[in-house]
Design a binder for this molecule. Structure first.
Ligand SMILES: Cc1cc2nc3c(=O)[nH]c(=O)nc-3n(C[C@H](O)[C@H](O)[C@H](O)COP(=O)(O)OP(=O)(O)OC[C@H]3O[C@@H](n4cnc5c(N)ncnc54)[C@H](O)[C@@H]3O)c2cc1C
Length: 436
């Protein structure tokens, strides 16, 4: 019997597991609730009309035309029967497995903040990004029709979370307003639009050195972003954000870039979990007490040499995915498994046009234009699919040369209630960064 490997999630980690099993004597079924892979690091550019949704997503089936031992199944995994070694899906037949790899990623956590689940915009999926883009455009259209919207905070955009996602989003919104909306809305006083970045610590970009943090702060402020350090959101309503201490910011837009938790599927699958709901794994990334079960990427708590959980980043997911593919091969060959060792290739965050910070191995610290070019290059190389790479390159070149943005389309109506449930979890990594 050919061993069956079921991989849950076609994100960075899951794709690498499936690819790493190319030519192995196994039958791989890659399951995802979407029929596409999402390149999350560029979602903020979709949300700020820099890129189209199709630039950052790739159909999963198209990635495995040349790999005969992989098949794709679209479906939402709802549970696992460990006694029969069966995965259950919501609208598809069950799947039997010998090896099960959980690569279901992470989701937003609201830290129990009242009103956040109903009124804040998370940025985790392609839908989140297009909903935010539509909402931002709708706010400007509304203010163009009725300038009194400005008094009601219609053009105040609050971003909470001073990690890379928050910094990138705040910087990109400010650029969109000054570079593009100024021309799109000639009858509106666009200079009155505000972007406010709220961070509870006394600095931005926590994993970076003090000089990079300072550079990010100064660059954002010079581009018109109001940065409030040491501030914390107490509650959110449809028309305002209230900060701890009583300050009230009238706003209709709160972008939530403040924290993530492991996918709650880990709980449904009855797997051992630690901080942030992340699945506990052995050094080789097997789940203790569940023979043949592995966890990779954001959903797992893989440890570094010092015993600390690795950050929830794309390179960790990719490297851990490749590692598990190698371990499954070893197990099939009857060889012992090896521990996972993460190779940290540095950290990067972009702030906007010709502005970024990069801290690379060997104490090489870049900032400004050079760091920005390194950031662009890295993302182009990591993007899945040559068509996406070509399209992103053309869009970036166009945006850079013309000071314009492409897809400023209002494609959906007003959003309804938030789809992501408020599954409050213990605080986990609140910061995103680049490290490949
Ligand atoms: C806005 C944003 C910006 C980021 N920027 C950076 C960055 O600049 N640099 C960096 O290194 N990292 C960044 N990250 C983090 C990086 O994207 C993640 O670490 C990485 O995506 C984790 O990969 P993964 O495979 O574990 O999960 P994911 O890539 O999230 O993939 C999980 C997959 O599982 C699927 N899935 C979930 N639940 C189910 C289910 N029940 N049934 C079936 N399928 C399911 C999902 O549809 C998804 O396709 C960013 C993340 C976000 C949200």
């Amino acid at each position: 019997m050919i061993p069956k490997v079921v991989v849950i999630g076609a994100g960075f980690g899951g794709l690498e597991v499936a690819r790493g099993l190319k030519g192995a004597p196994v039958e791989v079924t890659l399951v995802d609730q979407h029929n596409f892979h999402t390149f999350q690091p560029l979602l903020y550019q979709v949300a700020t009309a820099g890129l189209s949704p199709t630039d950052v997503a790739h159909v999963v089936r198209g990635l495995f035309h040349r790999q005969a031992n992989v098949r794709f199944r679209q479906g939402r995994v709802t549970g696992v029967d460990w006694s029969t070694r069966t995965v259950t899906l919501d609208e598809a037949p069950d799947l039997l497995f010998d090896h099960l790899v959980l690569a279901a990623g992470a989701t937003v956590t609201w830290f129990g903040t009242p009103g956040a689940a109903d009124h804040a915009f998370p940025l985790y999926t392609l839908d989140d990004a297009t909903q935010l883009r539509t909402h931002v455009l709708q706010r400007f259209e509304a203010a163009d029709r009725d300038p009194t919207e400005l008094e009601r905070g219609g053009l105040t955009f609050v971003v909470v979370g001073g990690g890379p996602t928050g910094v990138e989003t705040a910087g990109a919104l400010a650029e969109l307003f000054t570079m593009v909306f100024r021309k799109d809305y000639p009858n509106l006083d666009v200079a009155r639009a505000r972007v406010v970045l709220i961070e509870m610590q006394d600095h931005l970009l926590h994993p970076f050195t003090a000089s990079s943090r300072r550079h990010a702060l100064e660059t954002l402020e010079s581009r018109g972003v109001e940065v409030r350090l040491g501030a914390q959101v107490e509650s959110v309503s449809e028309h305002a954000v209230t900060l701890v201490g009583g300050d009230v910011l009238p706003t209709q837009t709160l972008v939530w870039a403040a924290g993530v938790q492991a996918n709650p599927l880990a709980t449904a699958l009855d797997l051992p979990q630690g901080r942030g709901g992340r699945v506990t794994v052995d050094r080789d990334l097997q789940v203790p007490g569940r023979p043949g079960a592995w966890a990779v990427g954001d959903v797992a708590a893989a440890l570094d040499r010092r015993g600390d959980a690795l950050p929830q980043l794309a390179p960790v997911a990719m490297q851990s995915g490749r590692h598990v593919a190698r371990q499954i091969r070893r197990r099939i060959e009857g060889r012992p498994t090896a521990p996972f060792r993460y190779r940290d290739k540095g950290t990067m965050a972009t702030i906007g046009r010709r502005a970024a910070v990069a801290e690379l191995p060997g104490r090489i610290h870049l900032r400004g234009g050079l760091a920005w070019i390194a950031w662009l290059g890295l993302h182009l190389v990591t993007l899945v699919g040559p068509r996406n790479r070509a399209s992103v390159l053309i869009n970036w070149a166009w945006n850079y040369l013309t000071w314009d943005r492409g897809p400023r389309l209002i494609t959906e109506g007003r959003r309804g209630a938030r789809r992501i449930p408020n599954t409050a979890a213990p605080r986990t990594d609140t910061v995103r960064r680049h490290a490949r």
